[in-house]
Design a protein around this ligand. Structure first.
Ligand SMILES: CC(C)(COP(=O)(O)OP(=O)(O)OC[C@H]1O[C@@H](n2cnc3c(N)ncnc32)[C@H](O)[C@@H]1OP(=O)(O)O)[C@@H](O)C(=O)NCCC(=O)NCCS
Length: 177
């Protein structure tokens, strides 16, 4: 993964009906540790990291880079959205494209927050990088993620085997319903 491109970062916080998307701050550190140590969050992401290691190694302000949005509800971090440009070692259809990733704390699942946050991030990208398509990778076994990808308007490019599981690569283009 490499730089997102010529975007102004951080942008003014993105506000939706229930959420705020913003760059990370020092107060988000405990939620980042919780997110990255959660076995439930990492069921389809190759396994969680140990809490001890995260407590030692997480910087004071975690994950502060262009394209990393903290998702906040009721004043507290509930997850992270990631927009990253894929490098040359990606699948050919994804190489060089912006990739959307998402992780919410389990207590925030099932309330439509991920869909609301991703739609806002895609709107921001549309304004920041007009014409830029977005790709999305997920395991096909990750039913919640597959439903979210479809709801956001991603369409299948291919399925492939990697990391001992079937993976799904989808693409989203600006202006397409
Ligand atoms: C993938 C993930 C973000 C999906 O979260 P989610 O909460 O299921 O996703 P959505 O925001 O689309 O919410 C949809 C659900 O909210 C429900 N919902 C409740 N209120 C809602 C509302 N106001 N608006 C929309 N949906 C609502 C929907 O009915 C749906 O429920 P269902 O899953 O039982 O059908 C979450 O499971 C996660 O963080 N997983 C771990 C990380 C991961 O695997 N990431 C994928 C690879 S990048």
């Amino acid at each position: 993964m490499s730089d997102l491109g010529p975007v102004t970062w951080p942008p003014a916080p993105l506000r939706t009906e229930r959420l705020v998307l913003r760059a990370s701050e020092a107060r988000d550190r405990p939620a980042f540790v919780e997110l990255l140590a959660s076995a439930d969050v990492h069921t389809y992401l190759g396994g969680a990291r140990s809490r001890d290691e995260l407590e030692r190694e997480t910087p004071e302000v975690p994950e502060r880079w262009p394209g990393s949005f903290v998702v906040e509800a009721d004043g507290a971090m509930i997850g992270q959205l990631l927009l990253r440009r894929m490098t040359g070692d990606a699948r050919p259809a994804a190489a060089g494209k912006v990739d959307l990733g998402y992780m919410l704390l389990p207590r925030a699942w099932g309330q439509g927050y991920a869909g609301e946050a991703c739609a806002a991030a895609l709107d921001w990208l549309t304004a920041a990088l007009p014409g830029e398509p977005v790709v999305l990778h997920t395991q096909t076994a990750n039913a919640r993620s597959m439903r979210l990808a479809a709801k956001l308007g991603f369409t299948e490019v291919e399925r492939f085997e990697a990391w001992d599981a079937e993976q799904w690569l989808g693409i989203w283009s600006q202006g397409r319903p």
